[in-house]
Ligand binder design. Structure first.
Ligand SMILES: CC(C)(COP(=O)(O)OP(=O)(O)OC[C@H]1O[C@@H](n2cnc3c(N)ncnc32)[C@H](O)[C@@H]1OP(=O)(O)O)[C@@H](O)C(=O)NCCC(=O)NCCS
Length: 187
């Protein structure tokens, strides 16, 4: 089995999910506010979904289709969220996705984890473009994308129907050239 990566930041450890995380994932991702901000997480969150989702990660990584990390707090190891990249290697791009459990919001955890994942995407995966999309009704996620140095590329008007209501999708991205520029500034 190919070992999946672990990333560390000043306050966080981003590690592969394991089966033992299933209960915490169901508990955190099962809160309505998490489903409300995301495109794919259902509410109510069904039994068995967390386990199946976690089980899918190894194969997805080995096929080069994606990487998912559990966002955990150092040093206690508390699971606070999830973050990942869905990779399109042919086009050298990936979509960034994330959620942070409701009790842990507004502590910059999404931003701190996102920075580490963007570093990984450009430096380890050699991507050319990392993009992310958020619902118009979810401006906090747009703020995270801005703090990650992504630029707003456009608004897909009424692109999705979420819980019976059409909503816009806001598209953000950062290119390798822009990322490299910020690294030069910080050097
Ligand atoms: C969006 C989400 C990941 C943010 O996580 P977080 O760890 O709280 O994010 P951060 O603390 O790094 O940054 C949040 C920013 O949004 C801002 N914010 C919060 N609510 C906001 C609102 N209603 N409007 C605008 N900005 C808002 C915060 O003030 C903060 O910005 P600041 O640092 O400039 O003050 C989290 O709320 C979440 O998981 N939501 C549900 C799932 C989801 O939306 N996932 C993303 C799908 S695209």
């Amino acid at each position: 089995m190919v070992e999946r990566p672990t990333l560390t930041t000043p306050r966080l450890r981003l590690r592969p999910f394991c089966e033992a995380d299933s209960r915490d994932v169901q508990c955190l991702a099962g809160e309505k506010e998490i489903a409300a901000g995301t495109l794919l997480i259902p509410h109510p969150y069904p039994d068995g979904l967390a386990r199946a989702w976690i089980k899918s990660h190894q194969q997805s990584y080995e096929r080069g289709e994606g990487v998912v990390w559990a966002v955990t707090l150092e040093p206690a190891g508390t699971l606070v969220g999830a973050i990942g990249l869905t990779i399109d290697s042919e086009n050298g791009r990936a979509e960034l996705g994330y959620w942070i459990g409701r009790p842990y919001w507004s502590r910059s955890y999404a931003t701190e984890a996102g920075k580490a994942v963007i570093d990984y995407g450009f430096n380890v995966l050699g991507l050319n473009r990392i993009y992310a999309r958020h619902l118009g009704r979810n401006p906090a996620s747009g703020r995270v994308m801005q703090k990650l140095g992504m630029s707003l590329e456009g608004r897909l008007r009424q692109d999705v129907k979420k819980w019976g209501r059409f909503d816009d999708l806001e598209l953000y991205a950062i290119l390798r050239t822009e990322y490299d520029g910020t690294q030069d500034e910080n050097a």
